[in-house]
Design a protein around this ligand. Structure first.
Ligand SMILES: NC(=O)c1ccc[n+]([C@@H]2O[C@H](COP(=O)([O-])OP(=O)(O)OC[C@H]3O[C@@H](n4cnc5c(N)ncnc54)[C@H](OP(=O)(O)O)[C@@H]3O)[C@@H](O)[C@H]2O)c1
Length: 241
């Protein structure tokens, strides 16, 4: 049985990843989210996939919540085959309407810090807490859902300062972790899911989740240790750091 933990799985890309991995035979999904009680779409999956879907409370910025989630997961399994660090924020959405996190001249410490807490600090803290389970996994992997906005090489505008910098920093953590965990056989990559119609991507995004995520799942599932420390696009092509 393939054991997979996904953060931010109550909506958007995380929810779609839960659906796609449940459709695969022999998977056990730890679908984590901040508020399981109101995660209606996630809860509707609990019946058809009873026994293979565990919905677990996890606010990725809350230490107590991470500890609690680890306890619950550890009760169910002694190993984890994949961690998907998906939860993320882009204040004001793609139009960067929340200027305090996005626009030079209006930036504020608290708004910027919150973006870094969710998009950068949380993924590494969660990896740190769950690593002993991943080390016992089968072809284990940590997938950091990044963004092409975090590519320093592709950057040619200043918009969305916090979001872009938080994803660039996440990419740096991918590289560091990939190096540290290579001896344990744990694959670590960043992947850009495409510009997708979710609450974050907005209605004008170029693609729907259906159009990119089944392909992205195939890319994730085909990864080997040779691919560790890479930055992929959803279709398997490489994105420059
Ligand atoms: N959509 C795109 O076009 C696009 C493009 C590039 C990269 N990405 C990346 O893809 C990932 C998912 O994005 P999305 O489009 O699905 O966004 P979304 O629809 O806005 O969903 C974001 C998810 O993250 C969760 N989240 C936020 N803060 C959290 C916290 N402190 N603890 C736990 N969960 C938290 C949200 O939970 P709540 O419901 O509780 O807020 C929600 O489940 C993000 O990392 C994003 O940066 C998206």
């Amino acid at each position: 049985m393939r054991r997979i933990l996904i953060t931010g799985s109550n909506r958007g890309i995380g929810l779609e990843l839960v659906r796609l991995y449940l459709q695969q035979a022999d998977t056990l999904i730890f679908a984590t989210c901040r508020q399981p009680a109101t995660a209606d779409e996630l809860n509707t999956l609990a019946n058809p996939y009873a026994g293979r879907l565990k919905i677990i409370q996890l606010d990725v910025t809350d230490q107590g919540s991470i500890d609690g989630a680890l306890q619950l997961v550890s009760r169910e399994t002694d190993g984890l085959d994949m961690l998907v660090n998906n939860a993320g924020i882009l204040p004001g959405g793609i139009a960067a309407t929340e200027a305090t996190a996005a626009h030079f001249g209006a930036l504020e410490v608290d708004a910027m810090t919150e973006v870094f807490r969710v998009n950068t600090v949380a993924p590494i803290m969660i990896a740190q807490h769950f690593i002993h389970l991943l080390r016992k996994g089968h072809h284990p992997r940590i997938i950091n859902i990044s963004s092409d906005a975090g590519s320093i090489a592709l950057r040619d505008s200043g918009i969305n300062y916090s979001y872009a910098a938080s994803k660039a920093a996440l990419n740096m953590l991918t590289r560091g972790l990939a190096s540290d965990l290579h001896p344990d056989g744990v694959i670590v990559t960043s992947i850009h899911p495409g510009w997708i119609q979710t609450d974050m991507g907005g209605p004008t995004a170029t693609r729907t989740p259906d159009e990119t995520l089944p392909t992205m799942v195939k890319v994730i599932d085909r990864l080997t240790l040779e691919d560790t420390s890479s930055f992929f696009n959803w279709d398997g092509s490489r994105i420059p750091w």
